[in-house]
Design a protein around this ligand. Structure first.
Ligand SMILES: *[C@@H]1O[C@H](CO)[C@@H](O)[C@H](O)[C@H]1NC(C)=O
Length: 311
């Protein structure tokens, strides 16, 4: 093996070695990918087209669906294409792009979930001030802060990871390029700087997590004090889906990044990666639309509009 990163491509994990299994993997991924496109596409169209849904909560939901679409598009299509063309290669710049976009979209999603927790906190605990605190300029600023911080985060990690000399070959044991797998290829202990950065990002993420937990504790105490049963149910129906999405996201992400390194079974890494890259984008639209009457009404109107115009 040469002593520096002189190669110009990486090899990703192949899901299958026989042709039949490769095609099976391709069609399964295609099915999931199309379902995610459809689900998030419907949420985006419903929110964009229905002016009843032009509120902070739904515009953040729109942001979330856009991020979900982006995050699944950075990993799954490349893996599908590799199965189809029977190859494992990804170019050096393709790998860097995958690392950049997956960190960017993953972090932006998490910061946005923090903003959404704050939105629910203000709506339920400070209802009289909701209009002034969550004005449209404030919302745009909060969304921009989430996207901007995530962008800087991703830039920092990508630049740092890809400046580390690699001398353990170019085989990435994952179906897309992720930072821990690239660090495994580094020479001696030059990866420690990136580990330090990861710890810093993790602390930032932990701060957001504490913020989300505190917001929800206040929300629940406030909701339980609402005297009427129907009022309680309405308040819960807008925050439980959000809490479900946060828990799903945090638990899969934590598991993938914070599991002890010596516990690194390739099969486990793979399952975790599928959990945190594919599951949140696939189930977010379901979780949000399941018990949400406004969103369902919006979708119904959209469907009627489409059918009506075709007649
Ligand atoms: C994200 O949310 C902000 C704030 O509500 C909104 O102005 C913006 O249009 C949204 N962007 C996308 C891409 O959904």
């Amino acid at each position: 093996m040469s002593n520096s990163s002189s190669f110009n491509k990486f090899l990703l994990l192949a899901f299958a070695d026989t042709r039949e299994l490769q095609l099976l993997h391709f069609s399964l991924c295609l099915g999931i990918y199309l379902a995610v496109l459809l689900g998030n596409g419907l949420v985006i169209t419903a929110v964009a087209c229905d002016h009843h849904l032009h509120t902070p909560m739904y515009s953040f939901l729109l942001n979330l669906s856009v991020l979900d679409l982006g995050s699944i598009s950075t990993t799954v299509p490349k893996s599908m294409a590799n199965s189809l063309w029977d190859t494992r290669a990804i170019s050096y710049s393709g790998c860097a792009a995958q690392v950049f976009f997956s960190v960017f979209l993953f972090a932006a999603e998490f910061y946005l979930l923090t903003v959404m927790a704050y939105d629910r906190f203000v709506a339920i605990c400070r209802p009289l001030h909701y209009g002034t605190i969550m004005g449209s300029r404030a919302c745009v600023k909060m969304a921009a802060a989430a996207w901007g911080t995530a962008f800087l985060n991703a830039l920092l990690h990508t630049a740092n990871t890809f400046s580390i000399p690699l001398c353990q070959g170019n085989v990435v044991e994952q179906f897309f390029c992720e930072i821990p797998q690239i660090l495994k290829l580094s020479c001696s202990d030059s990866y420690l700087r990136e580990v330090g950065l990861l710890v810093f990002s993790a602390c930032l993420g932990f701060g957001c997590f504490i913020f989300i937990v505190l917001s929800y504790m206040q929300i629940f105490t406030a909701v339980l004090r609402i005297p009427s049963e129907s009022g309680r149910r309405k308040a819960f129906s807008t925050c439980l889906p959000h809490l479900a999405v946060v828990s799903l996201f945090v638990s899969t992400g934590l598991f993938a990044y914070l599991k002890p390194p010596f516990f690194s079974l390739p099969a486990l890494d793979l399952v975790l990666a599928v959990l945190y890259t594919v599951v949140p984008p696939a189930v977010n639209p379901l979780i949000y639309s399941m018990r949400n009457k406004e969103l369902k009404d919006g979708l119904n109107k959209l469907i009627q509009l489409v059918l009506f115009q075709q007649q």
